[in-house]
Ligand binder design. Sequence first.
Ligand code: SAH
Ligand code: SF4
Ligand code: F3S
Length: 493
Amino acid sequence: MKNKLITDIPLLDSSESVAPHTEAHTPCTTPKITEDNALPHQRKLYIESFGCQMNFSDSEIVASVMLEHGFGTTSNHLEADLIFLNTCAIRDKAEQTIRKRLMQFNVIKRKRPDLLIGILGCMAERLKHKLLEEEKLVDLVAGPDAYRDLPNLVFKVDDGQKALNVLLSREETYADIAPVRLNSNGISAFISIMRGCDNMCTFCVVPFTRGRERSRSPYTILAEAQELFDKGYREVTLLGQNVDSYKWTNLERGQKLEELQEPKIEVNFAQLLEMVAKIHPDLRVRFTTSHPKDMTDEVLQTMAAYENICKYIHLPIQSGNNRILKLMNRNYTREWYLERIAAIRRILGNECGLSTDIISGFCTETEAEHQDTVSLMDAVQFDMNYMFAYSERPGTLAAKKYADDISPEIKRQRLEEIISHQREHGHNRNKLDVGSTQKILVDGYSRRSQEHLQGRTSSNKVVVFPKENAKIGEYVMVYIEDCSSGTLLGRLV
Ligand code: SAH
Ligand code: SF4
Ligand code: F3S
Protein backbone atom coordinates (compact mmCIF):
# COMPACT_ATOMS: atom_id res chain seq x y z
CA MET A 1 0.00 0.00 0.00
CA LYS A 2 1.49 3.31 -1.04
CA ASN A 3 1.07 5.25 2.15
CA LYS A 4 2.12 2.42 4.36
CA LEU A 5 5.23 2.03 2.36
CA ILE A 6 5.83 5.70 2.47
CA THR A 7 5.66 6.29 6.19
CA ASP A 8 7.10 3.14 7.77
CA ILE A 9 10.76 3.48 7.10
CA PRO A 10 12.46 1.04 9.45
CA LEU A 11 15.77 0.91 7.64
CA LEU A 12 16.01 4.61 6.91
CA ASP A 13 19.14 6.26 8.18
CA SER A 14 18.05 9.61 9.49
CA SER A 15 21.45 11.17 9.01
CA GLU A 16 21.08 10.61 5.33
CA SER A 17 17.54 11.40 4.42
CA VAL A 18 14.50 12.68 6.21
CA ALA A 19 11.85 12.21 3.62
CA PRO A 20 8.44 12.31 5.28
CA HIS A 21 7.29 10.08 2.50
CA THR A 22 8.65 8.53 -0.62
CA GLU A 23 8.86 10.42 -3.82
CA ALA A 24 9.30 8.93 -7.21
CA HIS A 25 13.03 9.24 -7.24
CA THR A 26 13.67 9.54 -3.62
CA PRO A 27 14.90 6.28 -2.27
CA CYS A 28 12.79 4.71 0.38
CA THR A 29 14.47 1.81 2.09
CA THR A 30 11.28 0.04 3.08
CA PRO A 31 11.38 -3.08 0.98
CA LYS A 32 8.34 -3.65 -1.14
CA ILE A 33 7.70 -7.31 -1.58
CA THR A 34 5.78 -9.75 -3.69
CA GLU A 35 2.43 -11.19 -2.69
CA ASP A 36 1.39 -14.84 -2.53
CA ASN A 37 0.42 -16.03 -5.94
CA ALA A 38 1.72 -19.51 -6.66
CA LEU A 39 0.32 -22.89 -7.68
CA PRO A 40 1.60 -25.86 -5.64
CA HIS A 41 4.02 -27.11 -8.30
CA GLN A 42 5.46 -23.71 -9.17
CA ARG A 43 8.83 -22.36 -8.12
CA LYS A 44 8.20 -19.38 -5.91
CA LEU A 45 9.78 -15.97 -6.33
CA TYR A 46 10.19 -13.40 -3.58
CA ILE A 47 11.17 -9.86 -4.70
CA GLU A 48 12.34 -7.09 -2.44
CA SER A 49 12.68 -3.62 -3.94
CA PHE A 50 14.80 -0.72 -2.78
CA GLY A 51 15.27 2.80 -4.06
CA CYS A 52 12.85 4.94 -5.97
CA GLN A 53 9.33 4.36 -7.28
CA MET A 54 10.84 3.64 -10.66
CA ASN A 55 12.35 0.51 -9.12
CA PHE A 56 9.10 -0.47 -7.42
CA SER A 57 7.40 -0.03 -10.73
CA ASP A 58 10.06 -2.20 -12.40
CA SER A 59 9.50 -4.97 -9.86
CA GLU A 60 5.91 -5.12 -11.08
CA ILE A 61 7.29 -5.73 -14.58
CA VAL A 62 9.64 -8.39 -13.22
CA ALA A 63 6.76 -10.15 -11.42
CA SER A 64 4.76 -10.05 -14.64
CA VAL A 65 7.58 -11.55 -16.72
CA MET A 66 8.16 -14.31 -14.18
CA LEU A 67 4.48 -15.22 -13.74
CA GLU A 68 4.17 -15.35 -17.52
CA HIS A 69 6.98 -17.93 -17.55
CA GLY A 70 5.47 -20.26 -15.01
CA PHE A 71 6.92 -18.99 -11.76
CA GLY A 72 4.75 -18.12 -8.76
CA THR A 73 5.29 -15.35 -6.21
CA THR A 74 5.41 -15.39 -2.41
CA SER A 75 5.46 -12.78 0.35
CA ASN A 76 7.55 -15.03 2.59
CA HIS A 77 11.25 -15.24 1.73
CA LEU A 78 11.57 -18.39 3.85
CA GLU A 79 9.40 -20.35 1.45
CA ALA A 80 10.91 -18.82 -1.70
CA ASP A 81 12.90 -20.80 -4.28
CA LEU A 82 14.21 -17.59 -5.82
CA ILE A 83 14.97 -14.30 -4.10
CA PHE A 84 15.41 -11.18 -6.21
CA LEU A 85 16.64 -7.91 -4.79
CA ASN A 86 15.80 -4.95 -6.99
CA THR A 87 18.45 -2.50 -5.92
CA CYS A 88 19.45 1.15 -5.73
CA ALA A 89 22.90 2.71 -6.11
CA ILE A 90 22.09 6.37 -5.56
CA ARG A 91 24.15 6.76 -2.37
CA ASP A 92 26.68 4.58 -0.62
CA LYS A 93 24.26 3.99 2.28
CA ALA A 94 21.70 2.53 -0.12
CA GLU A 95 24.24 -0.01 -1.35
CA GLN A 96 25.35 -0.88 2.16
CA THR A 97 21.78 -1.61 3.22
CA ILE A 98 21.43 -3.95 0.26
CA ARG A 99 24.74 -5.67 1.00
CA LYS A 100 23.54 -6.39 4.53
CA ARG A 101 20.37 -7.87 3.13
CA LEU A 102 22.35 -10.00 0.68
CA MET A 103 24.44 -11.35 3.57
CA GLN A 104 21.26 -12.30 5.45
CA PHE A 105 19.93 -14.18 2.45
CA ASN A 106 23.28 -15.91 2.02
CA VAL A 107 22.98 -17.24 5.58
CA ILE A 108 19.73 -18.93 4.51
CA LYS A 109 21.37 -20.16 1.34
CA ARG A 110 24.10 -21.93 3.29
CA LYS A 111 21.41 -24.21 4.70
CA ARG A 112 19.52 -24.38 1.41
CA PRO A 113 22.06 -24.37 -1.45
CA ASP A 114 19.28 -24.71 -4.03
CA LEU A 115 18.01 -21.22 -3.16
CA LEU A 116 18.68 -18.88 -6.07
CA ILE A 117 19.63 -15.29 -5.20
CA GLY A 118 19.46 -12.66 -7.91
CA ILE A 119 20.39 -9.00 -7.91
CA LEU A 120 18.52 -6.63 -10.23
CA GLY A 121 18.36 -2.90 -10.75
CA CYS A 122 20.83 -0.08 -10.37
CA MET A 123 23.38 -1.65 -8.03
CA ALA A 124 23.45 -4.74 -10.26
CA GLU A 125 24.11 -2.52 -13.25
CA ARG A 126 26.79 -0.53 -11.45
CA LEU A 127 28.73 -3.51 -10.08
CA LYS A 128 28.10 -5.85 -13.03
CA HIS A 129 29.96 -9.16 -12.45
CA LYS A 130 31.50 -8.10 -9.11
CA LEU A 131 28.87 -9.60 -6.78
CA LEU A 132 28.60 -12.72 -8.93
CA GLU A 133 32.22 -13.60 -9.68
CA GLU A 134 34.37 -11.81 -7.12
CA GLU A 135 32.21 -11.76 -4.03
CA LYS A 136 30.00 -14.74 -4.90
CA LEU A 137 27.04 -13.21 -3.10
CA VAL A 138 24.55 -13.81 -5.90
CA ASP A 139 23.73 -16.40 -8.58
CA LEU A 140 22.22 -14.01 -11.09
CA VAL A 141 22.69 -10.40 -12.17
CA ALA A 142 20.22 -8.43 -14.29
CA GLY A 143 20.38 -4.72 -15.09
CA PRO A 144 17.26 -2.54 -15.50
CA ASP A 145 16.93 -3.22 -19.23
CA ALA A 146 17.36 -7.00 -18.99
CA TYR A 147 14.16 -8.09 -17.25
CA ARG A 148 12.71 -9.90 -20.25
CA ASP A 149 15.74 -12.15 -20.05
CA LEU A 150 15.14 -13.14 -16.40
CA PRO A 151 13.47 -16.55 -16.99
CA ASN A 152 16.31 -17.45 -19.33
CA LEU A 153 18.88 -16.29 -16.76
CA VAL A 154 17.23 -18.49 -14.13
CA PHE A 155 17.49 -21.49 -16.48
CA LYS A 156 21.16 -20.64 -17.00
CA VAL A 157 21.72 -20.83 -13.24
CA ASP A 158 19.91 -24.20 -13.24
CA ASP A 159 22.33 -25.35 -15.93
CA GLY A 160 25.35 -24.12 -14.00
CA GLN A 161 26.09 -21.36 -16.52
CA LYS A 162 26.97 -17.77 -15.82
CA ALA A 163 23.75 -15.75 -15.50
CA LEU A 164 24.49 -12.09 -16.11
CA ASN A 165 22.82 -9.54 -18.37
CA VAL A 166 23.65 -5.89 -17.80
CA LEU A 167 23.15 -4.65 -21.35
CA LEU A 168 21.52 -1.25 -21.46
CA SER A 169 19.12 -0.57 -24.28
CA ARG A 170 18.18 2.55 -26.22
CA GLU A 171 14.70 1.21 -26.96
CA GLU A 172 13.43 -0.97 -24.11
CA THR A 173 10.42 0.56 -22.31
CA TYR A 174 8.59 -2.70 -21.42
CA ALA A 175 5.65 -0.96 -23.08
CA ASP A 176 3.78 -4.18 -23.84
CA ILE A 177 4.18 -5.79 -20.42
CA ALA A 178 1.20 -5.45 -18.09
CA PRO A 179 2.67 -4.92 -14.63
CA VAL A 180 1.48 -7.18 -11.80
CA ARG A 181 0.55 -4.69 -9.08
CA LEU A 182 2.48 -5.51 -5.90
CA ASN A 183 1.32 -4.48 -2.42
CA SER A 184 -1.29 -2.38 -4.11
CA ASN A 185 -4.05 -0.60 -2.21
CA GLY A 186 -6.16 -0.94 -5.36
CA ILE A 187 -6.46 2.83 -5.55
CA SER A 188 -3.09 4.32 -6.50
CA ALA A 189 -0.67 2.98 -9.07
CA PHE A 190 2.53 4.08 -10.75
CA ILE A 191 2.98 4.12 -14.50
CA SER A 192 6.45 4.45 -15.99
CA ILE A 193 6.31 6.78 -18.98
CA MET A 194 10.00 6.83 -19.76
CA ARG A 195 13.29 5.24 -18.76
CA GLY A 196 16.87 6.35 -18.35
CA CYS A 197 18.26 9.86 -18.10
CA ASP A 198 20.36 12.00 -20.44
CA ASN A 199 21.14 14.78 -18.01
CA MET A 200 24.49 13.90 -16.53
CA CYS A 201 24.24 15.76 -13.26
CA THR A 202 27.80 15.33 -12.03
CA PHE A 203 26.85 13.77 -8.66
CA CYS A 204 24.45 11.22 -10.09
CA VAL A 205 24.84 7.55 -10.88
CA VAL A 206 21.47 7.16 -12.62
CA PRO A 207 22.62 7.85 -16.21
CA PHE A 208 25.15 5.02 -15.75
CA THR A 209 22.76 2.57 -14.15
CA ARG A 210 19.68 3.25 -16.26
CA GLY A 211 21.16 4.32 -19.58
CA ARG A 212 19.85 6.70 -22.19
CA GLU A 213 16.53 8.43 -21.93
CA ARG A 214 13.64 6.96 -23.94
CA SER A 215 9.93 7.66 -23.91
CA ARG A 216 7.24 5.03 -23.89
CA SER A 217 4.43 5.05 -26.43
CA PRO A 218 1.48 7.17 -25.25
CA TYR A 219 -0.93 4.52 -26.55
CA THR A 220 0.33 1.92 -24.11
CA ILE A 221 0.43 4.48 -21.28
CA LEU A 222 -3.20 5.43 -21.94
CA ALA A 223 -4.27 1.81 -22.19
CA GLU A 224 -2.60 1.05 -18.86
CA ALA A 225 -4.21 4.06 -17.16
CA GLN A 226 -7.64 3.20 -18.60
CA GLU A 227 -7.34 -0.37 -17.42
CA LEU A 228 -6.41 0.76 -13.93
CA PHE A 229 -9.40 3.09 -13.85
CA ASP A 230 -11.70 0.31 -15.02
CA LYS A 231 -10.39 -1.89 -12.21
CA GLY A 232 -11.32 0.77 -9.66
CA TYR A 233 -8.02 2.62 -9.29
CA ARG A 234 -8.50 6.36 -8.78
CA GLU A 235 -4.97 7.72 -8.95
CA VAL A 236 -2.05 7.22 -11.30
CA THR A 237 1.42 8.70 -10.95
CA LEU A 238 3.38 9.07 -14.18
CA LEU A 239 7.02 8.28 -13.56
CA GLY A 240 10.25 9.40 -15.18
CA GLN A 241 13.60 10.83 -14.07
CA ASN A 242 12.73 14.00 -15.95
CA VAL A 243 9.11 13.86 -17.09
CA ASP A 244 9.33 17.29 -18.71
CA SER A 245 11.60 15.92 -21.39
CA TYR A 246 9.08 13.19 -22.31
CA LYS A 247 8.91 13.14 -26.09
CA TRP A 248 7.48 10.35 -28.12
CA THR A 249 7.33 10.18 -31.87
CA ASN A 250 6.10 7.51 -34.27
CA LEU A 251 9.28 8.06 -36.29
CA GLU A 252 11.55 5.31 -35.06
CA ARG A 253 15.21 5.87 -34.31
CA GLY A 254 17.17 5.79 -37.55
CA GLN A 255 13.99 5.83 -39.67
CA LYS A 256 13.72 8.49 -42.40
CA LEU A 257 10.65 10.74 -42.57
CA GLU A 258 9.90 9.59 -46.13
CA GLU A 259 9.83 5.97 -44.94
CA LEU A 260 6.97 6.75 -42.54
CA GLN A 261 3.63 5.32 -43.76
CA GLU A 262 1.47 7.70 -41.72
CA PRO A 263 1.80 11.38 -40.74
CA LYS A 264 4.52 12.09 -38.20
CA ILE A 265 3.18 12.41 -34.66
CA GLU A 266 4.98 13.96 -31.71
CA VAL A 267 3.68 13.93 -28.16
CA ASN A 268 5.25 16.04 -25.42
CA PHE A 269 4.67 15.78 -21.68
CA ALA A 270 1.93 18.43 -21.49
CA GLN A 271 0.01 16.61 -24.22
CA LEU A 272 0.46 13.23 -22.56
CA LEU A 273 -0.72 14.67 -19.25
CA GLU A 274 -3.84 16.02 -20.91
CA MET A 275 -4.60 12.70 -22.59
CA VAL A 276 -4.32 10.82 -19.30
CA ALA A 277 -6.41 13.44 -17.49
CA LYS A 278 -9.16 13.04 -20.09
CA ILE A 279 -9.60 9.33 -19.30
CA HIS A 280 -12.02 10.26 -16.51
CA PRO A 281 -12.52 13.25 -14.19
CA ASP A 282 -12.44 10.82 -11.25
CA LEU A 283 -8.96 9.59 -12.12
CA ARG A 284 -6.40 11.70 -10.33
CA VAL A 285 -3.18 12.22 -12.23
CA ARG A 286 0.16 12.88 -10.56
CA PHE A 287 3.64 12.87 -11.99
CA THR A 288 7.26 13.01 -10.93
CA THR A 289 10.05 14.11 -11.29
CA SER A 290 9.97 17.56 -12.88
CA HIS A 291 13.25 19.20 -13.86
CA PRO A 292 13.62 22.95 -13.31
CA LYS A 293 15.42 23.44 -16.62
CA ASP A 294 12.67 21.76 -18.67
CA MET A 295 9.38 22.46 -16.86
CA THR A 296 7.30 24.56 -19.25
CA ASP A 297 4.38 26.93 -18.74
CA GLU A 298 2.48 24.60 -21.08
CA VAL A 299 2.69 21.85 -18.44
CA LEU A 300 1.55 24.28 -15.73
CA GLN A 301 -1.35 25.48 -17.89
CA THR A 302 -2.43 21.91 -18.56
CA MET A 303 -2.37 21.27 -14.82
CA ALA A 304 -4.52 24.36 -14.28
CA ALA A 305 -7.01 23.28 -16.94
CA TYR A 306 -7.85 19.89 -15.39
CA GLU A 307 -9.17 19.57 -11.85
CA ASN A 308 -8.04 15.95 -11.73
CA ILE A 309 -4.37 16.76 -12.43
CA CYS A 310 -3.11 17.14 -8.89
CA LYS A 311 -1.69 20.49 -7.94
CA TYR A 312 1.62 19.23 -6.66
CA ILE A 313 5.08 19.53 -8.16
CA HIS A 314 8.29 17.88 -7.07
CA LEU A 315 11.01 20.18 -8.40
CA PRO A 316 14.48 19.27 -7.13
CA ILE A 317 16.74 22.28 -6.63
CA GLN A 318 19.81 20.42 -5.20
CA SER A 319 21.55 23.71 -4.25
CA GLY A 320 20.63 27.38 -4.03
CA ASN A 321 24.05 28.57 -5.17
CA ASN A 322 24.92 29.21 -8.80
CA ARG A 323 28.53 28.07 -8.64
CA ILE A 324 27.49 24.77 -7.07
CA LEU A 325 24.62 24.33 -9.54
CA LYS A 326 27.15 24.76 -12.32
CA LEU A 327 29.52 22.22 -10.77
CA MET A 328 26.55 19.88 -10.51
CA ASN A 329 25.78 20.47 -14.21
CA ARG A 330 22.14 21.15 -13.42
CA ASN A 331 21.81 23.65 -16.29
CA TYR A 332 19.78 26.26 -14.43
CA THR A 333 20.52 29.06 -12.01
CA ARG A 334 18.97 30.08 -8.72
CA GLU A 335 17.24 32.95 -10.55
CA TRP A 336 15.83 30.59 -13.18
CA TYR A 337 14.55 28.26 -10.47
CA LEU A 338 12.89 31.13 -8.60
CA GLU A 339 11.27 32.25 -11.84
CA ARG A 340 9.84 28.72 -12.32
CA ILE A 341 8.46 28.89 -8.77
CA ALA A 342 6.92 32.27 -9.62
CA ALA A 343 5.34 30.70 -12.72
CA ILE A 344 3.85 27.92 -10.56
CA ARG A 345 2.39 30.50 -8.18
CA ARG A 346 1.16 32.64 -11.10
CA ILE A 347 -0.55 29.78 -12.96
CA LEU A 348 -1.51 27.40 -10.16
CA GLY A 349 -1.74 29.67 -7.14
CA ASN A 350 -0.39 29.42 -3.64
CA GLU A 351 -2.19 26.14 -2.90
CA CYS A 352 -0.06 24.13 -5.30
CA GLY A 353 2.09 21.74 -3.23
CA LEU A 354 5.83 22.01 -3.78
CA SER A 355 8.63 19.72 -2.79
CA THR A 356 12.30 19.52 -3.63
CA ASP A 357 15.53 17.55 -3.20
CA ILE A 358 18.62 19.10 -1.66
CA ILE A 359 22.19 17.82 -1.36
CA SER A 360 24.33 19.22 1.44
CA GLY A 361 28.11 19.43 1.27
CA PHE A 362 28.68 18.92 -2.44
CA CYS A 363 32.34 19.19 -3.50
CA THR A 364 33.96 22.53 -2.55
CA GLU A 365 30.74 23.99 -1.13
CA THR A 366 31.55 26.90 1.21
CA GLU A 367 29.53 27.94 4.24
CA ALA A 368 28.30 31.02 2.34
CA GLU A 369 27.19 28.82 -0.57
CA HIS A 370 25.35 26.54 1.82
CA GLN A 371 23.62 29.63 3.22
CA ASP A 372 22.39 30.37 -0.33
CA THR A 373 20.55 27.04 -0.20
CA VAL A 374 19.03 27.92 3.16
CA SER A 375 17.94 31.36 1.95
CA LEU A 376 16.39 29.86 -1.17
CA MET A 377 14.40 27.47 1.02
CA ASP A 378 13.28 30.39 3.17
CA ALA A 379 12.16 32.23 0.05
CA VAL A 380 10.25 29.32 -1.50
CA GLN A 381 8.81 27.63 1.62
CA PHE A 382 8.60 24.07 0.35
CA ASP A 383 5.86 21.84 1.68
CA MET A 384 8.22 18.91 1.63
CA ASN A 385 11.88 18.29 1.10
CA TYR A 386 14.07 15.23 0.56
CA MET A 387 17.43 16.13 2.00
CA PHE A 388 20.68 14.25 1.63
CA ALA A 389 24.35 14.56 2.50
CA TYR A 390 26.48 14.29 -0.62
CA SER A 391 27.74 10.76 -1.21
CA GLU A 392 30.41 10.36 -3.86
CA ARG A 393 29.53 7.70 -6.42
CA PRO A 394 32.34 5.95 -8.30
CA GLY A 395 32.38 6.64 -12.01
CA THR A 396 30.32 9.84 -11.87
CA LEU A 397 31.70 13.07 -13.31
CA ALA A 398 32.00 14.59 -9.83
CA ALA A 399 34.03 11.60 -8.62
CA LYS A 400 36.36 12.00 -11.59
CA LYS A 401 36.70 15.78 -11.57
CA TYR A 402 36.21 17.13 -8.05
CA ALA A 403 37.49 16.29 -4.58
CA ASP A 404 34.87 15.12 -2.08
CA ASP A 405 36.41 17.65 0.29
CA ILE A 406 33.61 18.52 2.71
CA SER A 407 34.00 16.51 5.90
CA PRO A 408 31.18 14.19 6.97
CA GLU A 409 30.77 16.35 10.07
CA ILE A 410 30.21 19.56 8.06
CA LYS A 411 27.89 17.74 5.63
CA ARG A 412 25.87 16.58 8.61
CA GLN A 413 25.78 20.01 10.25
CA ARG A 414 24.61 21.64 7.04
CA LEU A 415 22.04 18.91 6.51
CA GLU A 416 20.69 19.46 10.01
CA GLU A 417 20.33 23.17 9.40
CA ILE A 418 18.47 22.45 6.16
CA ILE A 419 16.23 19.97 7.98
CA SER A 420 15.37 22.36 10.77
CA HIS A 421 14.39 25.09 8.30
CA GLN A 422 12.30 22.58 6.40
CA ARG A 423 10.43 21.52 9.54
CA GLU A 424 9.37 25.07 10.07
CA HIS A 425 8.42 25.64 6.44
CA GLY A 426 6.41 22.42 6.26
CA HIS A 427 4.53 23.36 9.40
CA ASN A 428 3.90 26.91 8.14
CA ARG A 429 2.56 25.57 4.87
CA ASN A 430 0.31 23.09 6.68
CA LYS A 431 -1.06 25.84 8.92
CA LEU A 432 -2.22 27.68 5.81
CA ASP A 433 -4.59 24.78 5.11
CA VAL A 434 -6.23 24.88 8.54
CA GLY A 435 -9.75 26.26 8.13
CA SER A 436 -10.03 25.17 4.49
CA THR A 437 -12.15 22.40 3.01
CA GLN A 438 -10.24 19.93 0.86
CA LYS A 439 -11.23 17.21 -1.54
CA ILE A 440 -9.32 14.09 -0.66
CA LEU A 441 -9.04 10.62 -2.10
CA VAL A 442 -9.34 8.16 0.78
CA ASP A 443 -6.55 5.62 0.42
CA GLY A 444 -6.51 3.68 3.67
CA TYR A 445 -6.72 3.56 7.43
CA SER A 446 -4.66 5.95 9.48
CA ARG A 447 -1.49 4.35 10.77
CA ARG A 448 -2.51 4.97 14.35
CA SER A 449 -6.16 3.94 14.48
CA GLN A 450 -8.76 1.87 12.70
CA GLU A 451 -11.31 4.55 13.62
CA HIS A 452 -9.56 7.03 11.37
CA LEU A 453 -9.09 7.04 7.63
CA GLN A 454 -6.54 8.96 5.64
CA GLY A 455 -6.15 10.34 2.18
CA ARG A 456 -4.33 13.00 0.25
CA THR A 457 -5.22 16.46 -0.89
CA SER A 458 -4.57 17.45 -4.47
CA SER A 459 -1.45 19.18 -3.12
CA ASN A 460 -0.26 15.78 -1.80
CA LYS A 461 -0.76 16.39 1.91
CA VAL A 462 -1.87 13.53 4.12
CA VAL A 463 -5.16 14.20 5.90
CA VAL A 464 -6.35 12.02 8.80
CA PHE A 465 -10.02 12.13 9.84
CA PRO A 466 -12.59 10.12 11.86
CA LYS A 467 -13.95 7.58 9.41
CA GLU A 468 -17.73 7.91 9.94
CA ASN A 469 -19.29 6.54 6.70
CA ALA A 470 -16.38 7.26 4.38
CA LYS A 471 -14.92 4.40 2.38
CA ILE A 472 -11.48 3.68 1.00
CA GLY A 473 -11.30 4.60 -2.68
CA GLU A 474 -13.87 7.40 -2.42
CA TYR A 475 -13.46 11.12 -2.78
CA VAL A 476 -14.64 13.04 0.29
CA MET A 477 -14.67 16.67 1.37
CA VAL A 478 -12.85 17.25 4.63
CA TYR A 479 -12.69 20.38 6.75
CA ILE A 480 -9.13 20.88 8.06
CA GLU A 481 -9.21 21.59 11.78
CA ASP A 482 -5.60 21.25 12.81
CA CYS A 483 -2.17 20.16 11.62
CA SER A 484 1.21 18.91 12.68
CA SER A 485 4.38 19.46 10.66
CA GLY A 486 3.63 16.31 8.67
CA THR A 487 -0.13 15.78 8.65
CA LEU A 488 -3.44 17.63 8.40
CA LEU A 489 -6.26 16.64 10.75
CA GLY A 490 -9.84 17.07 9.63
CA ARG A 491 -13.46 15.97 9.75
CA LEU A 492 -15.90 15.05 7.01
CA VAL A 493 -18.24 17.75 5.78
N1 SAH B 1 15.84 12.68 -11.55
C1 SAH B 1 15.67 13.33 -10.34
C2 SAH B 1 16.44 12.76 -9.17
C3 SAH B 1 16.83 11.36 -9.09
S1 SAH B 1 17.81 10.87 -7.72
C4 SAH B 1 16.14 14.76 -10.51
O1 SAH B 1 16.84 15.09 -11.40
O2 SAH B 1 15.84 15.54 -9.66
C5 SAH B 1 16.94 11.51 -6.31
C6 SAH B 1 17.72 12.49 -5.52
O3 SAH B 1 18.80 11.86 -4.89
C7 SAH B 1 18.35 13.63 -6.30
O4 SAH B 1 17.45 14.64 -6.61
C8 SAH B 1 19.43 14.08 -5.37
O5 SAH B 1 18.97 15.07 -4.48
C9 SAH B 1 19.79 12.83 -4.60
N2 SAH B 1 21.09 12.32 -5.01
C10 SAH B 1 21.45 11.84 -6.21
N3 SAH B 1 22.74 11.49 -6.22
C11 SAH B 1 23.22 11.76 -4.98
C12 SAH B 1 24.50 11.65 -4.37
N4 SAH B 1 25.54 11.19 -5.04
N5 SAH B 1 24.62 12.01 -3.07
C13 SAH B 1 23.56 12.49 -2.38
N6 SAH B 1 22.35 12.63 -2.91
C14 SAH B 1 22.17 12.28 -4.20
FE1 SF4 C 1 20.35 12.05 -11.92
FE2 SF4 C 1 20.26 14.50 -12.89
FE3 SF4 C 1 19.16 12.49 -14.25
FE4 SF4 C 1 18.03 13.34 -12.01
S1 SF4 C 1 18.24 14.53 -13.89
S2 SF4 C 1 18.41 11.22 -12.60
S3 SF4 C 1 19.77 13.88 -10.77
S4 SF4 C 1 21.33 12.77 -13.82
FE1 F3S D 1 16.14 4.85 -8.51
FE2 F3S D 1 18.18 4.31 -6.96
FE3 F3S D 1 18.23 3.58 -9.45
S1 F3S D 1 17.02 6.14 -6.95
S2 F3S D 1 16.96 5.01 -10.55
S3 F3S D 1 16.83 2.86 -7.89
S4 F3S D 1 19.93 4.40 -8.33
